[in-house]
Each structure stands twice: as structure tokens, then as C-alpha cells.
Write a protein that binds this ligand. Structure first.
Ligand code: AMP
Ligand code: ZN
Length: 468
């Protein structure tokens, strides 16, 4: 399997540090609001990558943090007149709900920055001992960027160019030795959460959080560190400087970064105000559609969000789910149990689609091509399966579809069939809604029943229904 390593700017053969095991750290969201669909992109693409590693038999230790101490969280807490933990806990729960609805697996560990402060103090102390950091007179601790000779190796930036950029913005009264130095620990301000430390009552800088959580849950050296491409500089560059200086070993073997989710070709972001939350999308679509939309592009390419592309994703997903549902129906209807030699030959031919799928995923997690392979399998199923086939053949086709879709995090198993009593109850609710002139609800119920295979017919004798 090859993955594109941001560090070398090349696709490299993936060889884990320890055979059969993979350690991954994915930078998680800052929890001060509902996540937007740009934040959902790394969650979905790296979850899919993880599922593929598991499919290949690797034992994956997947760590993704929540940044639960930050200026934006504090600002929101002050606006609402509550403690910062009220805000962070609320949005961690909301984020976990969104993740679950997008079928993103929970991480092996979801560490919280505020629960790892002692580790941060320890790493900062080590960096000071080794001469990579210093405390200024106000208690701020800075990283001595120029001391780390390889600074810039991930983002391919040159220290002197960076210096030139910084010269204009150096603020008077700055206690840094050098404009390039960045904060590891900062003194508290009035009304902010803080922790005791050898330097001052204060809180950690953002970058040190990830270095420490990655070390604690995955070790000094990890296989893969991932996140959105906006994190390459300065966040990941600074993480490397901190971790490698403190631990004395290379930090991550591979660096993976997803491209932006754009809207009108501009990065979707809270600050620009051009965003849709995952919840906004959930009002209109099952979040499986959002997931499928994200996987229709290569994770490193920019992806422009549009209503048309979402509709295309919905149609594509429907095609897959319908083929699977039809297979299930055929399994229920068939009278034949054992597979014939001819069916066996047909089933064996579908191995080609599996090979195509794997080749796509092995090529830097090319989900777009992997999805094409699934469509080819769907086409095969649509032309080569009927209730005249044996149950075993139909079952094997279904499992093959299910295995590939599961790697993509696409759920084929539809909701349980509605019982007659459930249908009657919904029809009654629809009749009541119509009486109350709540036509929107009435239409919604008709649509829901239709999606679940129940067709309604309004007749003079009342509502009749049948299964499609
Ligand atoms: P944040 O909460 O802004 O730190 O972002 C959490 C994660 O979402 C990071 O990995 C970001 O790189 C990623 N991210 C934020 N906005 C976008 C976007 N528009 N497209 C893709 N990834 C994004
Ligand atoms: Zn991070």
C-alpha cells in the first residue's frame, strides 16, 4: 500500500513501525460549536482509511483528541455566562452524535487536552532542560524555534523566509527572544481557566497538546499523523519541533493531510461564515449521503460542496442500497439452496471488482476509484442475480458488497421492516395531520413510508397501502 507523505511530497510504500500494527493520531476539533462539514472531511476520510487498514488485517490504534481549552471556548462560555467545561462538554457530545450519524467509528481513545495538563508540563520542562524552550519574565514559556535545526521540514518552509514574514508583525513589548518562537505555556487572564505550573498559573499552547496526547496514547514514535492541510503549518511543524526535541526520535513516519472542503471554491470555515453544519445537512439528507459525497473525491483534492453534487451522491448511494435490498428480497424468495457450478464461476468473476477496489485503496486511499469498483459490482449484481438463483449465490454476492461498503462506512442493511401495526399507526398520524392542515407532516409520512417500501393510495374508502 502506498500513501502520500506530506514530508517527502511523494507516495511511499507503507511499512508500519511494528508489523501488523498501525498507530494513527488525527488532530480533532476545537469544541465550541457544532462541527461544520469541513471539519467532517478529515473525520470521514481518515475513518475510511482506518477501516481499510483493519480490512487488511492491521490492528489499528486510532487516537483523535478534542481541543477543549481555547480562546474561542472561553469566549463562548463568557457570552453564555457559564463555565468553559459546560461549553466543551456540550459540543463534545454533539460532535460524537454527528460522528455516529456519519458512521465514523469512535477512536480507540479520544483524549481531552484539559485532562493531560501534567504531561504537557512535563514535556515543557524537558524542553527547557534541553535548551529548546525558555520562560520569559511574565511566565510565558516559548519554544526556541531556531534551535531545532530541522524546523520547516514538513511544510518545506525556510527559516529566513519565515523570519522576513515575521519582521513586520513583531510587536513591541514581546518577550520572545526571536520572532519565530512560539508559545508552549501562557499566563492566565482574568476569568480564564488555569492550571498551576512551575512558570505561572496558566494554560498550554495548542501545539503542545497534540505532542503530549500522541506520546501518551501512541508512544514517542508513531506511524501516521493526520489532519486537514491547514494544520501543516504551523501546527504540525511545531508538533514535530516539540516532540522530536523532547523525545529524541522521529515523531511520525507518515504525514497525511486532507484537502479543503470548499464552497464557491473558497475554504469552508467558521470565520468566513460560509459554512453548513453537519446538522444543517442532516435536516435534508441521511448523513450516509454526506459520507458518500466526501468519498467521491480523492482526500487530497479540494472538494467543492454543491447541492448538485449532494443530489448525485444521494442517487449513487441509492443505487448501491437498492441493489443490496433487492438481493435480500431475492434471498427471501428463492426456492434453491445450493450454488450451481455456473453460479460459482459467476461469483468468482466478481473477484475482479475486489481487486480493483483494493488497488484503488492501496493507491493512497483513492476512494473515488474504490467507489467506481463498487458501482461495477452493483452493475454486475443487477444483471446477474434474480430469485431464480440459489440462496447461497445471492448470499455470497450480498456479503461481497457488504464487505466493500463497510470499508467505505456505507451501511447496506436497511432499517427493520415496518410491522403492519407500525404502518397503520403512521397512516393514522398522517390522516390526523391532514385534518389539522399540517400537510407538510402528512407529505413527510408518505415519503418516509415510500422510502421504506410502502405505497399509499388515497381511496374513497380511506387509505389503502401495499408493499412495493
Ligand atoms: P478546527 O476545529 O478548525 O481545528 O478543525 C478540525 C479539523 O478540521 C482539522 O483537521 C482541520 O484541518 C479540518 N478542517 C477545518 N476546515 C476544513 C475544511 N474547510 N476542509 C477540510 N478540512 C477542514
Ligand atoms: Zn493537533
Amino acid at each position: 500500500m502506498k500513501i502520500f507523505n506530506t514530508m517527502s511530497r511523494q507516495k511511499e510504500e507503507f511499512v508500519p513501525l511494528e508489523e501488523g500494527k498501525v498507530s494513527i493520531y488525527v488532530c480533532g476539533p476545537t469544541v465550541y460549536n457544532l462541527i461544520h462539514i469541513g471539519n467532517a472531511r478529515p473525520m470521514i476520510v481518515f475513518d475510511t482509511f482506518r477501516r481499510y487498514l483493519e480490512y487488511k488485517g492491521y490492528e489499528v490504534n486510532y487516537v483523535s483528541n478534542f481541543t477543549d481549552v481555547d480562546d474561542k471556548i472561553i469566549k463562548k462560555a463568557n457570552e453564555e455566562g457559564v463555565d468553559a467545561t459546560v461549553i466543551s462538554e456540550r459540543y463534545i457530545q454533539e460532535c460524537k452524535k454527528d460522528m455516529s450519524d456519519m458512521n465514523v467509528k469512535p477512536a480507540t481513545t479520544h483524549p481531552l487536552a484539559t485532562k493531560e495538563i501534567q504531561g504537557m508540563i512535563d514535556m515543557i520542562a524537558t524542553l527547557i532542560d534541553k535548551g529548546y524552550a525558555y520562560a520569559a519574565e511574565d511566565g510565558t514559556v516559548y519554544y526556541r524555534t531556531r534551535k531545532f535545526a530541522e524546523y520547516g521540514k514538513l511544510s518545506h518552509k525556510n527559516l529566513d523566509d519565515l523570519q522576513a514574514g515575521h519582521r513586520d508583525i513583531k510587536v513591541t513589548g514581546d518577550l520572545k527572544e526571536d520572532a519565530l518562537d512560539f508559545v508552549l505555556w501562557k499566563p492566565k487572564k482574568e476569568g480564564e481557566p488555569y492550571w498551576e505550573s512551575p512558570w505561572c498559573e496558566g494554560r498550554p499552547g495548542w501545539h503542545i497538546e497534540c505532542s503530549v496526547m500522541s506520546k501518551k496514547y501512541l508512544g514517542d514514535e508513531i506511524d501516521i499523523h493526520a489532519g486537514g492541510e491547514d494544520l501543516i503549518f504551523p501546527h504540525h511543524e511545531n508538533e514535530i519541533a516539540q516532540s522530536e526535541a523532547a523525545n529524541g526520535v522521529p515523531f511520525a513516519k507518515y504525514w497525511m493531510h486532507n484537502g479543503f472542503l470548499n464552497i464557491n471554491n473558497q475554504k469552508m470555515s467558521k470565520s468566513l461564515g460560509n459554512f453548513f453544519t453537519v446538522r444543517d445537512i442532516a435536516e435534508k439528507y441521511d448523513l450516509q449521503v454526506l459520507r458518500f459525497f466526501m468519498l467521491s473525491a480523492h482526500y487530497r483534492s479540494p472538494l467543492n460542496f454543491s447541492a448538485d453534487l449532494m443530489e448525485a451522491a444521494k442517487n449513487g448511494l441509492d443505487r448501491i442500497v437498492t441493489a443490496a435490498t433487492t438481493l435480500k428480497r431475492q434471498m427471501d424468495a428463492t426456492q434453491v439452496e445450493a450454488m450451481s457450478a455456473e453460479e460459482k464461476a459467476l461469483f468468482d468473476a466478481t473477484e475482479d471488482y475486489v481487486k480493483k477496489f483494493e488497488a484503488a485503496m492501496d493507491d493512497d486511499a483513492n476512494t473515488a476509484d474504490a467507489v467506481s469498483a463498487v458501482f461495477e459490482l452493483v452493475k454486475f449484481v443487477n444483471t446477474n442475480a434474480s430469485s431464480d438463483n440459489s440462496r447461497m449465490y445471492l448470499q455470497l454476492l450480498y456479503s461481497r458488497m457488504n464487505t466493500l461498503c463497510d470499508v467505505l462506512g456505507i451501511i447496506l442493511e436497511q432499517e427493520e421492516e415496518l410491522l403492519d401495526a407500525d404502518v397503520e399507526a403512521l397512516i393514522q398520524e398522517r390522516t390526523d395531520a391532514k385534518k389539522a392542515k399540517n400537510f407538510a407532516r402528512a407529505d413527510e409520512i408518505r415519503e418516509e413510508l415510500k422510502n421504506r417500501g410502502i405505497i399509499l393510495e388515497d381511496t374513497r374508502e380511506g387509505v389503502k397501502w401495499k408493499r412495493a
